[in-house]
Design a protein around this ligand. Sequence first.
Ligand SMILES: C[S@@+](CC[C@H](N)C(=O)[O-])C[C@H]1O[C@@H](n2cnc3c(N)ncnc32)[C@H](O)[C@@H]1O
Length: 393
Amino acid sequence: MDKNKIVVTCPKGLTPFLRGEILDLSLPVLGESVAGITTEGGMNDAMRLNFHLRTGHRVLLLLREFYASSPEDLYRETASIRWEDYIDDNGYISVTSSVSTPSIKDTRYANVKCKDAIVDRLLAVCGRRPDSGPDRDRTVIYLYWKDSRCAIYLDTSGEPLSKRGYRKLPFRAPMQETLAAAVVMATGWSGEGSFINPMCGSGTLAIEAALIALNRPPGLLRSNFGFMHIKGYNKAEWDGIRASAKARPSGKLAGRIIATDINPEAIEAAGKNADTAGVKQYLEFGTSDFSETVVPEGGGVVVLNPGYGERMGDIDTLASVYGGIGDFFKKKCKGYRGFIFTGNPELAKKVGLRAKKRTVFFNGEIECRLLEYELYEGSRDPRGPRPDQAKSD
Ligand SMILES: C[S@@+](CC[C@H](N)C(=O)[O-])C[C@H]1O[C@@H](n2cnc3c(N)ncnc32)[C@H](O)[C@@H]1O
């Protein structure tokens, strides 16, 4: 397969991080949207993207773009693709889509039309039709149809890359792995100083932090990807990608990674998840109120993701928790850079410190901010204006 257009999707707002990751892999950035980046390359590049990306969701390799103004157009154009080159007639396919066109009311109908075109073609050419259904663990085809513009992709990821495979036990309101990786990247932490994560829940931030600092690609944790179910899958190439990552020197942890939560069930889940991710020996877990978390000398990053009243916790209680985080920062975290990830700007004001920087993220549809506080060691007063004077976050 020669060079194709490749679209890498990501959660809304993560493109600045994804862009950096794609450039680091020496692939070009040809276009950018709010939830994806266009690059180009062959199947080997798609494999590398699947293996290395921390903030991407799906690596989509373009097969054909065309205009379609009816389901019949979609069927005809899709059936003219040489599916016998990509799919085993005794395989299993799943079609996913993003459809917004006046000629289709029910997205599922577009998926069925697309799937019919593929299996009918294979029946005609090979004498046999593959099975099909909703499972994404084998060959996945992605249909994009906006107005009259259609594009058909091989979804080389299959299951989204956010499913790293280590989170067997999600505790309440876990952060998606891709978002957690981007939050760690936004803190600028990559192994120097300590990484302190009170309110760690299922441990996603601390685990992603360890994977980043140790220079471990997330693809090492997963054994199944969509590209493995596409004809011509080059296993030797894939083994080579994995082997060269394993041969690379491991990153260094100069400080400690400490993760705590008030709920012992959360800590149990986080410990098991860290174990599955292969980083448990680098993490120190503890059950405690956030304010009791050990913060070692030497500086680093302290990140908290408290509830923000959407799914858990009640606003009045949370207001005093946010105020307590401000006190914790002032009393125990001098010399650190403090971060709060929250979707509630009103609660953020209760922290009582002036945020130096605000980075916008989306947790699903909820607009969130990563607020950064510089917690000076010396005589500078970190409090900034009183809460009633603080800028709206
Ligand atoms: C939004 S969740 C964090 C989710 C986490 N980022 C993850 O990926 O799983 C908030 C966590 O704060 C914990 N928590 C609430 N109040 C706390 C307190 N006073 N001290 C420590 N942890 C607390 C809860 O048990 C919960 O696990």
